[in-house]
Design a protein around this ligand. Structure first.
Ligand SMILES: [Ca+2]
Ligand SMILES: [Ca+2]
Length: 358
């Protein structure tokens, strides 16, 4: 809006009033002081002069007040229009809150709340180079109505813990048949782990694993081959280094690749679920979610994570000796400590692999 055009009526009013006032003044001067002229000392002429000057002063003052008020009014009107112009009218009531985002057994779980008044039909989910566009109406949960909070899960969305996940809501706001995404309505949270995964390897080896580091490498390779993502270490001890000292002590559940819970946390894992039942489910699933061909697993580790002793095939670098094994079919303490069995030279021993924070 242009301030000049809005002020025109006030100026017109002011000029007209000023003109008629001057005309009145001149007329009175002529009537009462002529022929003495403008600078007459005629008493009546002076009082007329004073009155007229006061009238002009009052007129100028009134005009100033009107102009000031007029320009303020125009300014306020302009600001209102501008602020409305910054907000896309179509986005009114369109808002979303990302409550949490976490990885649970290879699934990304995204909990979102619709804090607006428009149903959210689609979500743009972005993290690092990963980007997916999720059509919510095609999920079992359906689209997200106003005030609803729902958790949507997306498979194979492997992200390290702490990755910033960004969600942008989508809906056909202008009703032209295509979904609109408004980046300014986005929300973001860091990705958490809701569980750590555990598996028994599908491959098996003799006792010459390349030490503890070699065993960890085998776990990582198995996970990588199965596209599990994440960081992995073996549940394995030498006589001097315990599994407990090598592994992360989780406060969230350990789960199998099929989603079954092994233990609710490290404490439950190492003290037992309901002793003598230690594990809620045996670690009998491989990285490929299959049952291994035999149950033998190198551990040399007690249920509490401590080293058993020297049944470690010379720190897992030899085919000579007798290893201490666990049984992958076992839910009792035998899962990790079934005693010295088999031989370091046998090739049918597997490893337990535990996911670690990145
Ligand atoms: Ca649209
Ligand atoms: Ca040793």
């Amino acid at each position: 809006m242009c301030a000049d055009s809005a002020l025109k009526p006030y100026f017109f009013f002011f000029i007209t009033y000023l003109k008629s006032t001057i005309f009145l003044f001149l007329k009175k001067m002529v009537n009462h002081t002529f022929p003495l002229g403008f600078f007459s000392f005629n008493k009546r002429g002076i009082s007329e002069l004073i009155v007229t000057v006061l009238l002009i002063g009052f007129t100028v003052g009134l005009a100033a007040v009107i102009i000031t008020w007029g320009s303020q009014y125009v300014q306020e009107t302009t600001e209102t229009v501008e602020s409305e112009g910054n907000v896309r009218v179509a986005s009114g009531g369109f808002d979303i809150r990302l409550k949490s985002a976490g990885i649970d057994v290879g699934k990304l779980l995204v909990t979102v709340e619709n804090t607006g008044t428009v149903p959210v039909e689609e979500l743009f989910i972005r993290a690092n180079a990963n980007l997916i566009k999720a059509d919510l109406s095609s999920t079992s949960q359906g689209e997200l109505a106003p005030f609803d909070i729902k958790t949507y899960n997306f498979s194979n969305f492997v992200l390290p813990q702490g990755t910033i996940l960004e969600v942008i809501p989508g809906a056909d706001l202008d009703r032209d048949g295509t979904v609109d995404f408004l980046a300014e309505k986005r929300d973001e949270v860091p990705v958490e782990f809701f569980s750590f995964r555990v598996f028994v390897t599908s491959d098996s080896w003799n006792g010459d694993l390349g030490g503890l580091a070699g065993a960890d490498t085998k776990c990582q390779a198995a996970a990588n081959n199965a596209n599990l993502g994440g960081t992995w270490k073996a549940w394995l001890s030498t006589d001097t280094t315990s599994a407990s000292s090598r592994l992360y002590h989780s406060s969230i559940p350990y789960k199998l690749i099929n989603g079954q819970t092994v233990s609710n946390d490290w404490d439950e894992l190492t003290t037992g679920f309901l002793p003598p039942v230690y594990l809620r489910n045996p670690i009998s699933r491989t990285e490929l979610n299959a049952v291994p061909p035999e149950p033998y697993v190198f551990t040399n580790t007690l249920v509490n994570g401590a080293s058993v002793g020297n049944n470690d095939c010379s720190d897992w670098q030899s085919t000579i000796g007798t290893p201490l094994l666990g049984f992958s079919t076992d839910q009792s303490g035998g899962w990790t400590n079934s005693g010295p069995l088999n031989a370091c030279g046998n090739l049918d021993n597997h490893l337990y692999c535990f996911e670690q924070p990145a």
